[in-house]
Design a protein around this ligand. Structure first.
Ligand SMILES: Nc1nc2c(ncn2[C@@H]2O[C@H](COP(=O)(O)OP(=O)(O)O)[C@@H](O)[C@H]2O)c(=O)[nH]1
Ligand SMILES: [Mg+2]
Length: 341
């Protein structure tokens, strides 16, 4: 079980992201049910599905859910390529674990624990200790906060978030280095530690035109087949709005701990807009599509990117060396009772 962290600041779209990931997982997961598994503790499962149910009713997650963020966790399991070739009699045995697993937990960077850690550098809380164990870091970046007005509070907020994420990444690298030294001292032969980063550009539907114009970008993101162009597109935005995080990911080697190639995903939900050029009034309503007899309507969102997210982590799960997986299993108590979606 390889630990993975999802980072986001206040109102950046974390809960919405988790609800949509849940939906994508249900829909896509049934198509690839032989090779992909989703598990979550009952409480997380309930929350994620509640968020999605609300979105089917055109609503974004309510404010009451906001404090439950730190409790959300879930597991992605991918059948190992080798395991697929084992005889069925072995595959079903518990002692041959045929799934490579990533265990995700969401962290609020603007929350008390993380803020205290950034200020003091002391990993006192269990939440921070859990965060530092991660080998995968998914960072949410709120596109609705991207502005050309560099003196505005919203821009300053973005830069503050950037420096906080960058500083967390450095802490993570330092922790990995210590972990690596510990394992070597125990006589384990381990490779140099690698951290697997991913960036989710959230609320991409609300990115301002003037931002795109200024950066010479089109409104549409290059599709999934144009990997390099997508990366360039995302990095053009990050260079301006998350410069420290980007440079940390792209070459900030600390104590020999490297980052793997970053993966970029775009998350958007279509909302009802007022007249062209007007800001919609009141609470945004989600646009839905595909009304059907059994399932009702679905929110119109970037489903393909969510599927790409799931598939990206298949590669990562299979790349994480076994010694890391074993080490983490030794340190964490048995997983809580899980429910399967
Ligand atoms: N237009 C648009 N608005 C979004 C999107 N995701 C979130 N929002 C808005 O941002 C608010 C905060 O989102 P939420 O997921 O609760 O953020 P959290 O505080 O990070 O969990 C929501 O109430 C929506 O109004 C999106 O993809 N598109
Ligand atoms: Mg929330």
């Amino acid at each position: 079980m390889c630990p993975a962290a999802i980072l986001g600041d206040r109102a950046c779209g974390k809960t919405t992201f988790l609800g949509l990931l849940y939906a994508a997982q249900v829909k896509y997961g049934t198509r690839v049910s032989d090779s992909f598994r989703f598990h979550a503790p009952l409480q997380s499962l309930r929350l994620m599905s509640q968020v999605y149910e609300g979105m089917k009713d055109a609503r974004f997650p309510g404010a009451t859910l906001k404090d439950e963020m730190t409790e959300i966790g879930f597991v992605f399991g991918y059948r190992k390529p080798l395991a697929g070739r084992l005889p069925a009699s072995l595959k079903d045995k518990n002692w041959v674990n045929p799934f490579a697993k990533l265990s995700f937990a969401a962290f609020d960077v603007s929350g008390e624990d993380v803020q205290e850690f950034i200020e003091t550098g002391v990993a006192a809380s269990p939440i921070i200790q859990q965060l530092l164990k991660s080998h995968v870091v998914v960072t949410l970046v709120d596109c609705s906060k991207m502005t050309t007005e560099i003196d505005s509070p919203v821009f300053r907020q973005m830069l503050k978030y950037d420096s906080e994420v960058a500083s967390l990444l450095v802490s993570l690298q330092t922790y990995k280095k210590q972990e690596f030294s510990r394992m070597k001292a125990q006589g384990l032969s381990v490779g140099n530690p690698v951290i697997y980063p991913a960036i989710v550009l959230s609320k991409f539907d609300s990115i301002r035109d003037e931002v795109l114009v200024k950066l010479g970008l089109h409104r549409g993101v290059p599709d999934g087949k144009q990997k390099r162009k997508r990366k360039e597109y995302a990095e053009a935005l990050l260079r301006v709005f998350m410069p420290q995080t980007l440079s940390q990911i792209r070459g900030g080697k600390v104590a020999g701990v490297n980052f793997d190639q970053a993966a970029y995903f775009f998350s958007w939900v279509r909302t009802e807009t007022a007249e062209a050029g007007m800001q919609p009034i009141g609470v945004p309503r989600i646009v839905r599509k595909g009304f059907s007899a059994e399932g009702g309507a679905e929110p119109d969102f970037s489903y393909d990117d969510y599927v790409a997210f799931i598939e990206h982590f298949r590669d990562v799960a299979n790349k994480v060396p076994d010694e890391i997986v074993e080490q983490t299993t030794l340190q964490t108590p048995a997983a809580p009772a899980t429910a399967t979606a």
